[in-house]
Design a protein around this ligand. Structure first.
Ligand code: OVM
Length: 416
């Protein structure tokens, strides 16, 4: 496959060194290990600086307040995605892989692949999976309890469960599934700058990229799965046969790491907020609210960029055309201007409206899959587990885009 970078590249002037007008300049590095490990102080600084800031290290603009992030996400005409949603501008630098037909595309090209995927992953279409996924979740929780209840919440729950249900739902074969998490992790690092996180991951990623490419082929996708349904859409002419493998690739890129970290965030929240876990126990139907609140609170996808299509106003400040804007989803989701007690993990609030799944045209196509996985896992957990206790210091795995746990030492205390 060839890159879509075109000759138009040459006509775009290099970025100006300084922001126009009175946009405040910040010297912070949001991709430094310190900030990635503890982003909240920087997010606070960014929000307090104003609606818009200029990050001098990267020559990009940034916004961290809910109202501005929300407005930018829902203005796909002004804040485009086809120049890439990482720091790299696809019109100046070749992308590391052919761009995503969904994430890294604008209307009209974006729309047919998007319509195909959202229909396959609609809440209604997923209903057939619900009972089986709940049974699978019960087995995962039972296996954890059978081992004595002390476990790593990441490896033994947050990873095991999605890796058990999602690849089967896509229709992947049995071999090589261990590539899924490293591939997602790499893709999310690749939205950031070429720092150590990215360059060290690059060395070993070749075989993983090759494996992902192979899985997108029609003959490698089992009948009935999401992958086969994408290919069936190309038979109907809804997308072209050239587009089908790339739409499958979107599932494999965005479908695992994101969910794993959303589930891990929720488990961590349960372990550190026993009162909130008790609410889930009393009312298991709160499983979905708990997950969305965790997605708001932790924002597994912390940031995405857009590119200004024209000179564009952000609450009275100007972003010049062709500049990259870093949108801090995690910061918007903690903005006290929008959320009461924004730092509290609270099952009593209505977390809908968070931008952890994005907002507008590009809002997460897999969100119903993620919610169904969460509902299954946390329903099964609430059935059998009285308390989730932290039994060691959790550790983070820094990523240029994802907010992740490396290890979550927990104990599941079974119900009497
Ligand atoms: C994609 C995609 C979509 C959302 C997130 C993402 C790596 C990738 O279409 O490939 O992150």
């Amino acid at each position: 496959m060839t890159s879509t970078t075109t000759d138009a590249t040459a006509s775009i002037p290099p970025p100006a060194p300084e922001p126009g007008g009175d946009v405040p300049v910040l010297d912070v590095d949001p991709f430094s290990p310190e900030v990635l490990l503890d982003p909240l102080p920087m997010q606070h600084e960014l929000r307090e600086t104003g609606p818009l800031a200029y990050l001098s290290r990267y020559g990009v603009y940034a916004m961290g307040r809910y109202a501005d992030v929300h407005a930018a996400l829902t203005n796909w005409q002004g804040f485009i995605s086809s120049a890439g949603v990482g720091v790299s501008d696809f019109r100046r630098e070749p992308p590391w892989r052919p761009p995503s037909l969904l994430l890294e595309a604008d209307p009209p090209h974006h729309d047919a692949p998007r319509a195909v995927l959202t229909s396959i992953l609609s809440a209604r279409a997923l209903r057939r999976l619900r009972d089986r996924w709940l049974e699978d979740a019960r087995e995962v929780v039972a296996a954890a309890l059978a081992r004595g209840g002390d476990l790593d919440g990441v490896a033994d729950l947050a990873e095991v469960f999605p890796l058990r249900v999602f690849p089967d739902a896509v229709g992947l074969g049995p071999d090589g599934r261990e590539h899924l998490i490293p591939y997602g992790s790499f893709a999310f690092n690749a939205f950031g700058p070429r720092n150590d996180l990215l360059t060290s991951a690059e060395r070993d990623i070749g075989p993983t990229i090759a494996w992902i490419g192979e899985q997108c082929r029609r003959e490698n996708l089992a009948p009935g799965g999401f992958g086969a349904q994408i290919w069936a859409a190309s038979d109907r002419g809804d997308i072209t046969p050239e587009q089908a493998p790339l739409v499958v690739r979107s599932l494999l890129t965005a479908g695992v790491d994101t969910t794993v970290n959303g589930l891990a965030a929720c488990l961590h929240a349960f372990a550190t907020h026993p009162d909130q876990y008790a609410r889930l126990r009393a009312e298991p139907a709160l499983a979905r609210v708990a997950f969305d609140e965790a997605v708001r609170w932790e924002s597994p996808v912390q940031t995405f960029f857009r590119t200004a299509e024209v000179d564009i106003d952000v609450s009275g400040f100007r972003v010049p055309a062709d500049r990259k804007i870093l949108m801090f989803l995690g910061s918007a989701n903690r903005d006290p201007r929008r959320w009461q007690a924004s730092d509290a993990f609270d099952l009593g609030r209505d977390p809908s409206g968070h931008v952890g799944f994005g907002m507008g045209l590009h809002q997460c196509a897999g969100q119903h899959v993620a919610r169904l996985e969460a509902e299954a896992l946390f329903t099964a957990l609430a059935e059998r587990v009285e308390r989730v206790e932290l039994v060691g210091e959790p550790t983070r795995k820094p990523n240029n885009t994802l907010r992740t746990w490396q290890q979550l030492p927990i104990r599941l205390v079974p119900t009497g």
